[in-house]
Design a protein around this ligand. Sequence first.
Ligand code: UT7
Length: 334
Amino acid sequence: MAQYAAMRSIGAYVPKKILSNTDLEKMVDTTDEWIVKRTGIKERHIAAEHESTSDMGAKAASLAIERSGIAKEDIDLVLCATVTPDYFNMPSTACIISKKLDITNVQAFDISAACSGFVYLLSIAKAFIESGMKKNVLIIGAEKFSSIVDYTDRGTCILFGDGAGAAVISATSDKKEAIVDIHASADGTYADFLVTPAPGSVHPANQKMLDKKLNFVQMKGNETFKLAVKTLTQDVIEILHTNNLQASDIPHFIPHQANYRIIKAVGDALGMKDEQVVLTVQKYGNTSAASIPMAINDIYESGRLKKGDLMLLDTFGGGLTWASALLPFAGASK
Ligand code: UT7
């Protein structure tokens, strides 16, 4: 019998501390008015000093496992998407999360696809399950982005926040529950649009790289913005067309939460109504690989996401990478 992959559950973790626009006004030359007008962001959450990416990922994952009704002993693959791993670059954050959850003796690894990481993981989980290699895959998008943000750079520090989201993807023979389609792509031509230059083989850790602040994220904001609008829109047009669907068939359009103006421009270009578009950027900022699962968790927890509801995920990030996914929510409604 054919084996399909289904999203059985969702979970998220949001750190307690809030960094508001008013707080940022005291740190860099900016205003609440500018940030809200240009990005839609009002506040973002920041992990505590002692709180690592794996701590947040493990909390989100624990909730996702509990909600899935699947015993953790039955999880056979743990995947984490992050660009702010606990360590550069081993052990993987997925290995550390597995240990924290007491899920041992299973395959575990990280991927680096920046903000597209969670949808990339969805495609990997789908492939492992459909090939029959795995049955229950735990996927996690987790970021302590504050660990690579220069809080003297007003062009980036206003945007990013910390958090984690996770889902259990399981084998099913019921096609109605299955992930419908995923398109994922990349183009390294634009690698310098969003980059954390060090530490790495190009700029190994040393005093010089610290003096030049190469350990912080650098972004060509305006260029990234324009490409994001174009790519996110094109992604949706393609995946809807391939699957003979219209924008009006989608109850939950869940785009990457980078900037309200990007989301609005994409939604308008696609003819989406406001009530179809999921928005969390105002309260979490851009949480990179955690952005999509945190947004899914938001509509799950508010009761808006019901079992069987179709979701359209659409993301874009450093690499450059982009991806879209069409899938029903196969977990129980809250
Ligand atoms: O998650 C991955 C994908 N990431 C994204 O998609 C992010 C995409 N980029 C953006 O969201 C926007 O480009 C930003 C929010 C980062 C910047 O907005 P913008 O409308 O593109 O502004 P800009 O970079 O063109 O800068 C306009 C002006 C500049 O001043 P001048 O040169 O016109 O005098 C900036 O120096 O705004 C200034 N500026 C600020 N002013 C107050 C830049 N940042 C700030 C700030 N507060 N925080």
